[in-house]
Design a protein around this ligand. Structure first.
Ligand code: APR
Length: 242
């Protein structure tokens, strides 16, 4: 943790990549961990264009369940600490794989949603959008234009939003410190952002090993809500002593 605080104290640009693990302490399941979504659901059935084509009602039942869970979730100390870190470093970019909007709710400003969000649905034919504040009833899946409303998330086999990707890759490539929090780093191209800049100090916060661990300069094997506030507090104290 000290090496990470040292690197952050010297950094001009910081890039953070987060995954489902940072929202675990807000009561939201991860995907691949114990009790994770993919333990009891088939990703190709629920998070792919083909799955949606086959059974849109099944897909919406799943997303409506998640939207209800997100509505009841609050940002935790990990989300809040990242919002504070943003104000302590000259340049900061947070790219998240999460679609739960908890980083923005915690006050983070420069957030890139790599896999979209669940605030709106979009018609597959005309592009019309509807708010998802209380989910989408099954009788509203079909749109009058002949299209269907689908969640604005990136499904397996789909490209990430081009502008979001370019900004994330650019920021990751310029970063002095890359912090990877709560992701198993199994899903690309998001996980690849951690390796955009070979010269950057790469650190991981995750109670478990991941596919990135062997490339890290530092790792903190703790929960995000425990480790991040401590790291930010130490950085703030360090800056006060300057
Ligand atoms: N703090 C930090 N990390 C945690 C915590 C915690 N409290 N709890 C769990 N983790 C870690 C797990 O050890 C695991 O490495 O979070 C990671 C979660 O990994 P996944 O469930 O694979 O989620 P994620 O990496 O975000 O998945 C990537 O896959 O299914 C798709 O689109 C979906 O965005 C998602 C993408």
């Amino acid at each position: 943790m000290d090496a990470l605080v040292d690197a952050l104290a010297a950094a001009k640009a910081v890039f953070v990549l987060t995954g489902a693990g940072i929202s675990a302490e807000s009561g939201l399941p991860t995907f691949r961990g114990a009790g994770g979504y993919w333990e009891s659901h088939r990703a190709e059935e629920l998070a792919s264009p083909a799955g949606f084509e086959r059974d849109p009602a099944l897909v919406w039942r799943w997303y409506n369940m998640r939207i209800r869970a997100y509505a009841g979730a609050k940002p935790n100390a990990g989300h809040v600490a990242l919002a504070q870190l943003e104000s302590l470093v000259p340049a900061f970019t947070l790219a998240t794989q999460n679609v739960d909007s908890l980083h923005a709710a915690a006050g983070s400003k420069n957030v890139l949603e790599l896999h979209g969000h669940l605030r709106e649905a979009r018609c597959t034919k005309c592009g019309a959008t509807v708010s998802l504040s209380s989910g989408l009833p099954e009788d509203r899946i079909e749109h009058g234009c002949g299209g269907r409303f689908r969640p604005q998330v990136v499904w397996f086999g789909e490209a990430l939003p081009a502008d979001v990707w370019q900004r994330a890759a650019g920021a990751a490539g310029r970063a002095d410190v890359v912090l990877v929090v709560g992701t198993s780093a199994n899903v690309y191209p998001a996980a690849g952002l951690a390796m955009q800049n070979e010269r950057a100090f790469l650190a991981e916060i995750n109670p478990d090993q991941t596919g990135l661990s062997s490339r890290c300069d530092a790792f903190v094997r703790e929960d995000a809500a425990a480790a991040l506030p401590l790291i930010v507090q130490r950085l703030a104290e360090r800056q006060l002593r300057r």
